[in-house]
Design a binder for this molecule. Structure first.
Ligand code: NI
Length: 248
């Protein structure tokens, strides 16, 4: 299996090597790590050189809007041929905390969508309380899209599936009252990706503890039960999807 979205940064983990080893022991052989600002861009590049199964995305998260976009582009340019650089991310819009900087968020998001186009990379998108803008803006582009930690409605899922987007499913689906279960139940396996968003959002039975890629197995298990599809098929299909989008 592949954990398609994790933040394996030094500030969250004392020993990333052990975390990756535990992932491997649990059947997760590759981890895609999403940067969220300029300093984590540098860090994920460094870490990818140290660890075999560590792949990375480069991008600026909507919570780090003051970072320098031209520096981001330089980093992307310098690493554009690195096979471990798999996507532009984590980018997007987040109106949960504030809408006041909406214009700036959209500007930074669009800038990075242009970079994805220019460097021919897929995008890993963070969308929180911003479905309409995300859907409208992405609709203007012809990009390969992973909507990470998808939490939208059935209607939104239908639009995304029609466009061929991938929906990332993480620990939230295992939470008792999560509505997303009912949406994911009917989404074709062809559009699903497994992810943890480590260190956040640990799935049951580890809810509340720091998350790590090894926990992908619980998400796979949950989807298997939810959909009534054999676990091996879930693992196989979602891994193939990840391989297809990220070329890993
Ligand atoms: Ni994330």
């Amino acid at each position: 299996m592949i954990d398609t979205h994790a933040h394996l940064f030094n500030e969250y983990y004392d020993n990333i090597e052990e975390v990756l080893l535990r992932a491997k022991e649990n059947g997760i052989d590759k981890v895609v790590v999403a940067a969220d600002n300029i300093s984590s861009c540098y860090e994920v590049i460094e870490n990818s050189k140290k660890y075999d199964n560590y792949y990375y995305c480069l991008g600026i998260h909507p919570e780090d809007l003051d970072d320098d976009l031209s520096e981001l582009e330089r980093i992307i340019y310098d690493n554009k041929d690195d096979p471990k650089f798999v996507a532009i991310g984590e980018i997007g819009l987040d109106y949960y905390y504030t809408k006041e900087n909406k214009e700036k968020q959209i500007e930074v998001f669009r800038y990075q969508l242009e970079l994805a186009k220019k460097y021919n990379k897929p995008v890993v998108v963070h969308s929180r309380e911003a479905t309409k803008d995300i859907t409208d803006i992405l609709g203007e582009y012809d990009l390969v899209v992973d909507i990470h930690c998808f939490s939208g409605s059935k209607e939104t899922a239908d639009i995304y599936i029609k466009r061929g987007y991938y929906l990332g499913v993480g620990g939230v689906i295992t939470f008792k009252n999560a509505n997303i279960k009912n949406v994911i139940k009917d989404i074709p396996l062809d559009n699903l990706l497994l992810e943890t968003d480590s260190p956040y959002l640990s799935p049951e039975p580890n809810r509340g503890k720091p998350n790590e890629p090894a926990n992908v197995k619980y998400i796979a298990d949950f989807i298997s039960n939810l959909k009534g599809i054999d676990l091996e098929e879930i693992k196989d299909k979602t891994s193939k999807n990840a391989t297809k989008i990220f070329h890993i």
